[in-house]
Design a protein around this ligand. Structure first.
Ligand code: DC
Length: 233
């Protein structure tokens, strides 16, 4: 029996990262932050001064990506190491997100990352956070959630997050960048951002992260008990 997989897809800034991390923590499951893989490809390309239209070199980077996600023993903090250097702060910048969204439009890059992502699915289970987790990477997932919120709310949340980290931020610019990224993610030909046909669409504009986590845990609990009952038959 395959390990259970819970996919959390949706646009940037809806809170997928926070929600996925908490879910993985509460369930004791593994976590795949697929956006980080696209961010890492963008970062590695910048480090090597590779042009963002150079498909074959970008694909090589994606295939050979030397990355390590180190889980700290003390808590649920994950450190990300690229080619021997810790890159957590660099990865979270808006420009890294924007670069990621550009490399993510390239089908060859997506293909090169596919098996790497699927390899994250192992016992006791996986929470997979991204844009195409339920549609492409894990089409047979146990439960698929599409987490969304209005662009105003998402820009506000990202603004607060950046301010809390002591970083400078401009709300209008953030909103424009978010709209551009949404457009690129939804309109690309390969694996565009869209809910899977069997996804549960959860609009969290007016629900906080813990509320979302509780709702998902409740639904997952029911799906898992049906799955267990089917296994026993
Ligand atoms: O979730 P994030 O902000 O870290 O993702 C960064 C970009 O990577 C996002 O704009 C689109 C791309 N991405 C993708 O195309 N497919 C995924 N599964 C995850 C992210």
């Amino acid at each position: 029996m395959n390990p259970p997989v819970l996919t959390i897809d949706g646009p940037g800034g809806a809170g997928k990262g926070t929600v996925s991390k908490r879910l993985a923590g509460e369930l004791g499951w593994h976590l795949l932050d697929s956006g980080a893989l696209y961010r890492l490809v963008g970062l590695a390309a910048r480090n090597r001064s590779i042009d963002f239209i150079n498909v074959s070199q970008l694909t090589d980077i994606a295939r050979e990506l030397d990355v390590e996600f180190r889980v700290q023993e003390a808590g649920d903090l994950v450190q990300t190491w690229l080619e021997g250097k810790r890159v957590d702060a660099q990865l979270r910048t808006e420009s890294a997100g924007s670069d990621a969204s550009r490399v993510a439009t390239i089908p060859e890059v997506r293909d090169a990352l596919l098996e790497r992502q699927r390899a994250f699915a192992s016992a006791p289970g996986l929470v997979a956070d991204g844009r195409d987790m339920g549609t492409v990477v894990f089409p047979d997932a146990t439960l698929k959630v599409f987490l969304t919120a209005t662009v105003e709310e998402r820009a506000n949340r990202r603004y607060k997050q950046l301010k809390e980290q002591g970083l400078s931020a401009n709300l209008r610019a953030l909103r424009k960048e978010m709209e551009a990224r949404d457009r690129r993610d939804t309109e690309r030909a390969t694996a565009p951002l869209k809910p899977a046909a069997d996804a549960w669409i959860l609009d969290c504009t007016a629900i906080d992260a813990q509320g979302v986590v509780s709702m998902i845990l409740e639904r997952l609990g029911s799906v898992l008990s049906v799955r267990r009952a089917q296994q026993q038959q």
